[in-house]
Design a protein around this ligand. Structure first.
Ligand SMILES: Cc1cc2nc3c(=O)[nH]c(=O)nc-3n(C[C@H](O)[C@H](O)[C@H](O)COP(=O)(O)OP(=O)(O)OC[C@H]3O[C@@H](n4cnc5c(N)ncnc54)[C@H](O)[C@@H]3O)c2cc1C
Ligand code: FES
Length: 331
């Protein structure tokens, strides 16, 4: 029996303006979730994931905070159309950008709207653990710092345990290697969390690597697919290989030849379908489908549990056929 990856109505009770282009949507729901997790919203005929900015250890209400992307299909629609009392359809919370069970320092690097899951993690770490917390936020200017007052207040109320640094590009230029090193200094045994625009994340990860932080201590949350993700690879020409993939969606059944390195979702698109997806990183399960013939291997799986995999469920954005004939059924 698969976990509940379906969509559920969540009613908005309040909308809070955080910055000129970021808003918090407060829901009346009491869903179980862990700090750092996200829900996937179904809106405008598509899917988008949004991390909880609330903490299950501190906040009574469940909140997501959405930055408006200029021209963005869902974020711009949410900012323009949604009001208190409206209902959004979302999945149950999921994701693995969560607190680990240990007492080591938590060191976080957040850029722009990447503060959203990090804010949740910081609040939970301070309230529910005895861990020390360090956070570097990076933003274009003072006006765009989401949760600035709340973070400053936390650093005052937890002084000695919570080290907070704000970096503003308009005053300081880009974040430097020295800033990253100074936040990490003396805490290399900690858990590192990174979330923000892709170039910022790549820079932070590169510096953490250079100063000797092991890969398995660095947790990243990507808001956009990684550069080497399935989406990017889709643009490259890929040779055909022996074997077929049959895709079934809403009773429509189409068979195409396999192509080397192609994921099942790419094959489904090549077959003329528009399969559901959101993160394309193996985190959200929006793209899940069931293999009814043959086998596929997932590159990354942060969303399905062992029982689901045993039943043939697969994240199609991550699954590649490993048998000559594969049939994949979207619900
Ligand atoms: C696990 C996960 C958690 C997320 N959590 C949050 C969150 O808490 N808050 C939040 O605001 N967003 C979050 N996102 C990003 C969110 O899902 C959408 O990608 C974002 O709102 C843009 O969607 P859109 O439909 O408005 O824009 P689209 O129409 O999809 O995109 C328009 C253009 O903007 C680019 N773009 C997409 N996302 C961004 C971005 N974040 N910044 C700049 N350019 C972008 C796209 O590449 C595209 O070129 C999360 C994404 C994931 C995968
Ligand atoms: S689209 Fe998110 S796991 Fe595949």
């Amino acid at each position: 029996m698969a976990r509940d990856h379906g969509f559920h109505p969540l009613r908005i009770t309040r909308i809070v303006d955080e910055t000129p282009d970021a808003r918090t949507y407060v829901f009346d729901a009491r869903l179980p979730y862990r700090a750092g997790q996200f829900v996937t919203v179904r809106a405008c005929g598509t899917y988008r994931s949004y991390s909880m900015s609330s903490s299950p250890d501190v906040d009574d209400e469940l909140c997501v905070t959405v930055k408006r992307v200029p021209g963005g299909v869902v974020s711009a629609w949410m900012h323009a159309e949604l009001k208190a009392g409206d209902v959004l359809e979302t999945t149950l919370p999921s994701g693995s950008f969560c607190l680990r069970e240990n007492d080591t320092p938590l060191i976080a690097f957040a850029g722009g709207s990447g503060i959203t899951p990090v804010f949740s993690l910081v609040k939970s770490a301070l309230a529910a653990t005895s861990r020390t917390v360090r956070l570097l936020t990076a933003n274009q200017d003072g006006e765009s710092v989401i949760f600035r007052n709340a973070l400053d207040e936390l650093s005052r109320s937890h002084s000695g345990r919570f080290l907070l640094r704000h970096h503003l590009d308009d005053r300081q230029g880009w974040v430097t290697a020295d800033e990253i090193r100074s936040v990490a200094e003396g805490a290399l045994d900690g858990d590192f969390y990174v979330c923000g625009p892709e170039p910022y994340m790549a820079f932070v990860q590169g510096e953490l690597d250079r100063i000797g932080v092991p890969d398995d201590r660095v947790l990243v949350e990507r808001f956009t697919p990684a550069p080497d993700s399935a989406t990017e690879r889709a643009a490259e020409p890929v040779p055909e290989r022996e074997g077929t993939v049959t895709v079934v969606m809403r009773g429509d059944r189409r068979t195409v030849n396999q192509r080397a390195t192609e994921t099942l979702i790419q094959t489904a698109r090549r077959a003329g379908f528009s399969p559901p997806f959101s993160c394309e990183a193996g985190d959200c399960a929006t793209c899940m489908a069931q293999i009814t013939q043959g086998e596929a291997k997932m590159r990354v799986n942060n969303a399905l549990d062992e029982d689901e995999v045993a039943e043939g469920w697969v994240l199609t954005c991550q699954g590649e056929p490993v048998t000559p004939h594969v049939t994949v059924v979207y619900d």
